[in-house]
Design a protein around this ligand. Structure first.
Ligand code: PXL
Length: 266
């Protein structure tokens, strides 16, 4: 059975990070082993939140795993709470030579950097990206990583150019998510091959969508699904669950109501 070290925050309410990665990876038949980067009452999108940074404890936590001789099939990183954490995660990845690495560079969305993210953290994130087998930025994060200006709309050529810049940082595969494209929403993937996986656009942007996509992708990749199929299936799952969330009147801050659909994952 595959094991994933999921380095992400625990936000008690709002369906993101570990509260998404754990159920989704379990539904894929993959063991999810969380490393909390911070504990929050709810994600920062709510405006007010309790935030307890876990930087000082993460080293000891990871060392304890090392003492047990654990190794992981995958290291999957998401929201990081401080500059120091990015260094800790970088070391963990470098020591875990055999692990496949998925970096979701959670920093920003809709042209806005998250309130806990500093410019130095954004710079340091590039070092993690350099170690990634797959990196899954949204367009805002892709622009930050590529050192480009954020735009609401891009031509296909501009998106591929962002992906190219991110490859030059060292990432093997780049999947740029949430690209608005002719009234549809697209994921641009670039690695050994290039492809675009699209779905109908839903005009309400649910929080945690990127976490749901990356966790689904991680689950498929751990089950040896080829990247193209994994991206397409993950995008289809996000579309289906987001549509359902809208239909049941779930608020966008509460995250995607995906729970009912976990049993359909195959
Ligand atoms: O879904 C991204 C995310 C993860 N973790 C925390 C967040 C956010 C987005 O706002 O605040 C704590």
């Amino acid at each position: 059975m595959k094991k994933v070290a999921a380095i992400n925050d625990l936000s008690g309410f709002g369906r993101c990070s570990i509260t998404v990665a754990l159920p989704v990876l379990s539904a894929h038949g993959v063991q999810c082993c969380p490393v909390p980067t911070a504990i929050l009452s709810n994600h920062t999108g709510f405006g007010t939140y309790f935030f307890d940074d876990y930087s000082d404890k993460m080293m000891t936590y990871i060392d304890a795993w090392e003492n047990l001789g654990l190794d992981f099939d995958c290291i999957y990183t998401g929201f990081l709470g401080s500059e120091k954490q990015i260094d800790i995660v970088e070391n963990f990845i470098k020591k875990s030579e055999n692990s496949w690495v998925l970096v979701d560079p959670v920093m920003a969305d809709d042209g806005e950097i998250y309130s806990t993210y500093t410019p130095v953290m954004c710079e340091k994130m590039k070092r993690l990206v350099s170690l990634a087998d797959v990196v899954t930025p949204n367009t805002t994060e892709a622009a930050i990583l590529a050192g480009a200006e954020y735009k609401e709309n891009y031509t296909d050529e501009e998106v591929w150019a962002l992906a190219e810049k991110i490859h030059t940082l060292g990432a093997k595969n780049v999947v740029i998510t949430g690209v608005h494209r002719n009234g549809r929403i697209a994921n641009f993937a670039s690695g050994r091959e290039r492809f675009i996986a699209e779905s109908e656009e839903i005009y309400v942007h649910y929080m945690g969508t990127g976490d749901l996509f990356a966790s689904m992708l991680c689950g498929y990749m751990m089950n040896e699904t080829p990247l193209k199929e994994a991206v397409e299936k993950s995008a289809a799952f996000v579309y289906k669950t987001t549509k359902h969330s809208l239909e049941i009147g779930e608020k966008r801050e509460n995250g995607v109501a995906f729970e009912k659909f976990l049993k359909e994952i195959e």
